[in-house]
Design a protein around this ligand. Structure first.
Ligand code: ARG
Length: 485
């Protein structure tokens, strides 16, 4: 107890304890001692779960209305409670609400404020309910709200990608495998690859929403309730699609939060891959892209520098989002049924991951929207590195040679070119013909980068027609998706 940090922490906790002390805990009936100041500090969650106030009040209003409707509490009391909760909502939004740590969490802060506002009638709100089904309900509503917000942000990023694909249609760049130049592709095709990733991310979120949008309200502490409640009524008012089927599962389950964190992790992984490419592309070694000044930063010592800090930070922040997923998985793995206080640890991580992903998406949309591919440099870069070697092999195949043999012939040709420090396109007609008797005058167009790209028009390929088609499909998808919302 002589550790100075602990002494300071206790002092601070005691001060907070004294400043805010007012009456007994809501659950204080069976307790003889006051809560230790440090324990109060350790167990409280209101410092972060106050973020759930909107969801909490919404759910309480639905619950109160149902209690009145079913005659479980007098109708007038239900109306008084609802009015009180609306006033509290307004107070919170206007910054007039005093959150108290000794009231532990958002739920008890609001309930206590209600009773202070409307008198003992406020104490009827918690009939047929427990904080266990209450927090599960609030958290599901929160994840649902954030899913909608994320969907919108993902859509904006997709729009930025389509904008790039359309604006720079026709720009050719080297495509890579193993980070080695492979075949020429359209820059638009590369942009649309990311469109597909974020499309899957939106579909994944929409799918997990089906399992999130289930009402646990009415499960009470763990066993359900003996009051004649109407679970369908509250579920409907809150926009839930289904009722949870088992009260014990309902208060212990955080799978929906895990799924949400997995969705966030995959979004971050995609953003991080995009970031990694942009960082590479911005280096002078690649010099494929110009990122907008507004999205870069300088160096405090080297005046010439323009650094891609935004994509670097997105890449860097990916770790903490994965961390949240692993953290919650680990929290859950040892928990016996049903509610355990460990579950309170679900929130901070999920809040942090949500904020991180939302901000990353927003900033990357702006960056993508405004970046500019360096067309000449990219195009220039397709002229070295034997990008059309596959096309030459395919040419021989069209002339009747089995692909394996064609591969061998072109491989040898590339080796010879490397010896002579030449590109395939630099070879004279004689040199080309000497590679294989099937090679004829018509081979010239085959080694052309533009021709190579144009020829790849199978659905999903990088050919101009295929990509134009993909752009139209992408735009259509975005429009349809908006209708869904
Ligand atoms: N703050 C708590 C949490 O986030 C609310 C539920 C508390 N329930 C309980 N039985 N202590 O998990």
């Amino acid at each position: 107890m002589f550790l100075p940090f602990l002494v300071n922490l206790r002092k601070r906790a005691m001060k907070n304890h004294k400043d805010t002390k007012k009456g007994k805990k809501l659950w204080g009936g069976r307790f003889q001692q006051e809560t230790d100041a440090l324990v109060e500090e350790f167990t409280e969650s209101v410092s972060y779960d106050r973020r759930l106030y909107r969801q909490d009040i919404r759910a309480s209003i639905a619950h109160a209305r149902m209690l009145g409707e079913r005659g479980i509490i007098p109708k007038e009391d239900s109306e008084t409670i609802i009015k009180g909760l609306e006033k509290i909502l307004d107070d919170i939004e206007q910054g007039r609400f005093a959150w108290k740590k000794e009231l532990e969490d958002v739920h008890m802060n609001i309930e206590q404020a209600l009773t202070e506002l409307v008198g003992p009638v406020g104490g009827r709100l918690h009939t047929a309910r427990s904080r266990n089904d209450q927090v599960a309900t609030d958290f599901r509503l929160y994840v649902r709200d954030e899913t909608a917000a994320l969907d919108e942000l993902l859509q904006r990023l997709q729009q930025a990608l389509v904008h790039q694909a359309e604006k720079y249609m026709g720009v050719i760049m080297p495509g890579f495998t193993h980070l080695q130049k492979a075949q020429p592709v359209l820059y638009s095709h590369h942009m649309l690859a990311y469109f597909e990733m974020f499309k899957r991310d939106r579909m994944r979120l929409a799918d997990s929403l089906k399992r999130t949008n289930v009402s646990p309200l009415g499960s009470a502490a763990l066993a359900g309730t003996s009051y004649p409640i109407d679970r369908l009524m509250t579920a409907k008012e809150l926009g839930f699609e289904k009722l949870s089927a088992n009260s014990m599962d309902a208060v212990a389950d955080r799978d929906f939060a895990l799924e949400f964190l997995f969705c966030l992790s995959v979004i971050m992984m995609h953003l991080s891959r995009l970031s990694e490419e942009l960082i590479l592309w911005m280096s002078s070694e690649f010099s494929f892209v110009e990122l907008p000044d507004a999205y870069c930063t300088g160096s405090s010592i080297m005046p010439q520098k323009k650094n891609p800090d935004v994509p670097e930070l997105v890449r860097g922040k990916t770790g903490r989002v994965y961390g949240s997923l692993i953290s919650l998985l680990t929290t859950l793995k040892g928990l016996p049924l049903t509610y355990n206080r460990d579950l309170q640890e679900d929130k901070e991580q999920l809040f942090d991951a949500t904020d991180t992903v939302k901000l990353s998406l927003a900033v990357m949309s702006g960056l993508v929207e405004n970046m500019r591919p360096k067309e000449k440099r990219m195009q220039q870069d397709t002229l070295s590195g034997y990008l059309t070697a596959t096309d030459l092999a395919d040419y021989l195949v069209r002339k009747g040679l089995p692909f394996r043999q064609a591969h061998e012939v072109v491989g040898k040709a590339v080796a010879r070119c490397i010896e002579m420090s030449k590109e395939l396109g630099d070879l004279s007609m004689e040199e080309l013909k000497s590679l294989h008797p099937l090679i004829d005058e018509d081979v010239k167009g085959v080694l052309d980068v533009e021709g190579s790209v144009r020829s790849r028009n199978c659905p999903g390929g990088t050919g101009h027609e295929a990509v134009r088609d993909a752009i139209e499909k992408a735009k259509l998808w975005l429009k349809e998706q908006r209708k869904d919302v």
